[in-house]
Unconditional design. Sequence first.
Length: 465
Amino acid sequence: MPRLRAVAGRISTSSPGFKIESSQVLFSWVDLNRWLSPILASEVPTIVFPMDDNPTAAKRTFEISFYLFALGGAVGLLNLAQVLPFGDGFEMVALAKNLANHGAYANPLLVLPTGPSAYCPPMYPLLLALFFKVLRVPPLVMLAASLGNIVVNALTAAWLPRISWVFFGDALPGVFASVFWLMSVQLMPSWDSGCTVSLLLLLILYSSATVKKESWKPHAAAGLLAGIIFLFNPMTVLVMLPWMAYRMAVCGASRKHKAQYGCVFLGVFAFAVLPWILRNERQVGGFVVRTSMGLTLYISNTDCSSTSLYEDLHSGCALKYEPNFNVNEAQAMRNLGELNYDRQRLGAAKAWVQAHPAQFRRLTLARMVAFWFPQREEHPFKASVIWIATILSLPGLGLMAYDRKRVIVFVLFVLAVYPPIYYVVVSDVRYRYPVLWLTFLSTGYLLTRLLRLLQARQELKPMWD
């Protein structure tokens, strides 16, 4: 019987993260193969997306999603064998520790306390703080955060075929996308990336199922969910709002219903985000969502800056400018306050760009390339998977346009408006995660077309060939 070996493990601390040493767990592929095989058939949409009047389709949908989820869990356990990014030096972890120990959202830096903070959006540090409060022991907190990361990554894999049905009326592109996702995704317990992607997919599925509902409650629930996602990662607004606009445009509801849905959604979204913004005005001195944009531009554009965060950390450039490691910068942040410090560093970044236009253009071009084709120093295999998917997604997008898939408007718009901010700061693969699944679905669309074409040609071959 074919089997997949996964790992679960015991923890030993090391810096900068904790290393998980593995013991073996077994997972059977037999039923997975049995249920994935119907996906190659032309009736796949009715198999993998539940229809209220088709209990058999609903059951198979659940089972296929379950097996994709299980596969995602197994792959995640295998990834536990790596040294994971967690512990001292990670701002979200520092905020979570301070919140759990002192009840204040403050002191994100490693080198010294700097006071009240809006350095990071609040939701993921709040989640980590809950782990610290309950578990108390840092290695157990790291394990809990890593297992949570595995769960949300597995949910993403399970939901991509359903997203594919919403986009294309065909789940097979989503199955291909799930495979690419599981081969490329990293465990990042110190950051929100995994949670953000899974919640984005949940919002798309939920809004697709409820956009025509007459009751205001599902509309409010969608707005609340969007607000929570925004407080995990504010950049997701460049995915969520275009999606909601597209979904309302194509849902076929009346203008009155669309207006009602939009007003309730946006109202609840604003209501969910407003307390955090008001808190920041009181604690850090401004109506802001976060206070690290100017600093990020500053540390990304200096005389010693490289393309990626990984390169800056290993070259020592980050130690010169990053307040998380540089005591002088941290003292400046504490003395000025986070907001004033961020604004001052934004001014310094603008001055450097004006004084070094050629170097800025070179860095920006390199980071544009790195956003779409991530550097391979840390995880060469996973980066290579993203390279392959990115290349294949281009003809996939072309096919979607040729087939007049309406969703191409949403996909192209998001892929145009989301990345530019990351072209001017140090690159890191996690910045792409909120839109990486769109690349994988586009690749899946191409592979589905090629597979169906191959099947058709095989069926047309004469029996004597």
